[in-house]
Design a protein around this ligand. Structure first.
Ligand code: HPA
Length: 253
């Protein structure tokens, strides 16, 4: 079963026919909100808003372990995670949508594994390719079917937040090879891998990162969130097409 994790600005999916909301408890605590079970075009999907339904949980306080484990308990095998980013590379201006293929993790102090030697024995998962290429390809295909442009690569730098970065920090991330920056990509992707869940990210670009383009001297995050809404309409369309093409019973297509 597919799950969609919604990020900033995406606290619900309008196209979703909601069947039930389920409070799930996990050994790691409670997820950000009750899981929303529903259907898009007859295909089953679970939706979870990462920051909670009222967007009250900041990136560093999201209980990533509970979120991913709760989905795992429901039999989720694939996650398409929407995660807003700032564009570092010039081509990632506001309004673009990227499907990153790599991650660099700069977060700290987050509960980032199930294999902590306490609840489970230590284990070192392979993370050479952090995103599922098959799921990325399905998302890219869905986008192309409805003529939505996506950039099907990119290196996601996961920063700690909640503050935005300095221009010098963005310079450093760029030297490291990052092309976009966000605060929620990790440990979410690694936790999904630990549980054997295929994971891909859909990253709407909300702004140029600090010191880039029109963010040369400052970023007004309120403006950024306003701009994001139009891009999120396109993200929803891509998810709708993804469901129609790949997750719906044939007779409902
Ligand atoms: N930095 C980090 N996270 C973000 C940004 C940014 O510029 N924009 C949206 N999420």
């Amino acid at each position: 079963m597919l799950a969609i994790i919604g990020g900033t600005g995406l606290t619900e999916l309008e196209d979703l026919r909601v069947n039930k909301r389920v409070i799930v408890r996990t050994p790691y605590g409670e997820p950000s909100q009750p899981l929303i079970f529903g259907e898009i075009c007859g295909g089953e999907v679970i939706f979870l808003a990462r920051h909670g339904s009222g967007h009250t949980i900041p990136p560093h306080e999201v209980n990533y372990r509970a979120n991913i484990y709760a989905l795992h308990l429901q039999g989720v095998t694939e996650i398409a995670a929407v995660a807003t980013v700032g564009g570092i590379h010039q081509e990632l201006s506001s309004g673009m949508i990227a499907l990153p293929h790599q991650i660099i993790d700069y977060t700290h102090g987050r509960q980032n594994t199930y294999y902590d030697g306490i609840s489970n024995p230590v284990k070192h998962i392979d993370f050479t390719e952090p995103y599922c290429n098959k799921l990325r390809a399905k998302i890219a295909q869905a986008a192309s079917e409805i003529d939505e442009e996506v950039i099907n690569y990119g290196v996601y730098a996961a920063t700690q937040g909640p503050r935005l970065e300095t221009a010098a920090e963005i310079d450093r991330l760029e030297r490291d090879g990052a092309t976009m920056v966000g605060m929620t990509g990790m440990p979410e992707a690694a936790l999904a891998r630990e549980l054997g869940i295929s994971y891909a990210a859909i990253c709407p670009v909300a702004n140029y990162a600090a010191g880039r383009g029109d963010s040369l001297h400052a970023i007004n995050y309120e403006d950024v969130v306003l701009n994001l809404n139009q891009t999120l309409v396109r993200v929803r369309n891509i998810i709708g097409q993804l469901m129609t093409q790949h997750y719906c019973p044939v007779d409902t297509k």
